[in-house]
Unconditional design. Structure first.
Length: 323
């Protein structure tokens, strides 16, 4: 049996192009059908870089001229690379394709100056865990999303007697983040404003910039700083299909918040109320807030009246500084 750690010599790796759409859509079209299908066929032309460049590169694996796999590398900062959308066609699995694709992105990222690379894997995707670990990735952290409903007049009972206040002070938000157990659990990672479904190290400069460009939240309670969050982006996506026809529902507006961290459930109520009001001000239909996958955070959110996603996501990383 050939495993992913032993590459088939017939595999060729090259840059994916727009002309590869039909082949890529063909082998990704049946992936995760029970979970709504793969997103790559829907976004391929917008997702793919138009020309080779420093910031992004998409690699295609071919076996005897047939498309067999794909992966994309993105530089999120000067030294942080993000690897996403690794897919291998069903007929070519366990032939070393994922390993070869990973090696290609590692080498590309090193040439761009990356010292670390990371990848996100859904918790239900166990085969990808094995492939990632075989390629050198190590586990870093796990998180899930909280989903407060946008509401301009929300009152989650968070400000009893005026005990909790929420400001937009990036210095206070940064100070809480640096001392929080959320930062420790998340390895300093939060959603990247410049790339969807990607995480990177959150910096003070990020919060200072986002306070002007989007929104930053700093919770203060009776004992001092008690929480933080920021809006990473808003985006549009198609709603679910209707029950009566095959036509898609109207486009939904989502507000994404790159991290939510808090000291206790009262601080969580104050933070989620501020997020709910901000999302409503943005005209959002839905929200998602990255929260640490810890027993406290995942149970605090429902206790504060906010729903959470059913499953967590995992982040793995690889040190690219070596040879």
């Amino acid at each position: 049996m050939v495993t992913d750690s032993v590459a088939d010599p017939s595999i060729e790796i090259r840059r994916a192009t727009h002309d590869d759409y039909a082949a890529v859509a063909d082998f990704t079209g049946d992936i995760w059908a029970e979970r709504g299908g793969d997103y790559i066929p829907r976004v391929y032309h917008d997702w793919l870089e138009d020309e080779p460049g420093r910031g992004k590169k998409t690699f295609l694996a071919e076996v005897d001229g047939e498309a067999a796999g794909i992966v994309q590398g993105v530089m999120l900062t000067d030294d942080e690379a993000w690897f996403q959308s690794l897919r291998v066609a069903a007929d070519y699995r366990r032939r070393g394709i994922s390993h070869r694709l990973n090696e290609a992105t590692f080498e590309w990222a090193r040439r761009q100056g990356a010292t670390v690379g990371r990848v996100m894997i859904f918790s239900w995707n166990a085969p990808s865990f094995g492939a990632a670990r075989a390629s050198g990735f190590e586990p870093l952290t796990e998180f899930r999303f909280a989903h407060p409903d946008p509401d301009a007049a929300v009152d989650l009972g968070s400000n009893v007697d005026g005990a909790y206040r929420v400001s937009s002070d990036p210095a206070a938000a940064w100070r809480y983040w640096t001392h929080s157990d959320a930062r420790e659990h998340l390895n300093g990672l939060a959603m990247a404003p410049e790339e969807s479904w990607a995480v990177r190290e959150l910096t003070r400069a990020d919060l200072e910039r986002l306070a002007d460009e989007t929104a930053v939240f700093a919770v203060t309670g009776p004992d001092g700083l008690a929480g933080t969050a920021y809006r990473s982006r808003t985006y549009e996506r198609e709603g679910d299909e209707t029950d009566e026809s095959d036509e898609a529902a109207d486009t939904e507006t989502w507000a994404e918040y790159g991290v939510g961290a808090w000291e206790g459930v009262d601080a969580a109520r104050a933070l989620f109320a501020a997020i709910a009001r901000d999302a409503a001000d943005r005209g959002a239909d839905e929200t998602r807030v990255l929260i640490p996958e810890t027993p406290r955070h995942v149970t605090d959110a429902p206790y504060a009246g906010v729903g959470v996603s059913e499953e967590p996501d995992f982040v793995l990383g690889i040190d690219l500084g070596g040879t």
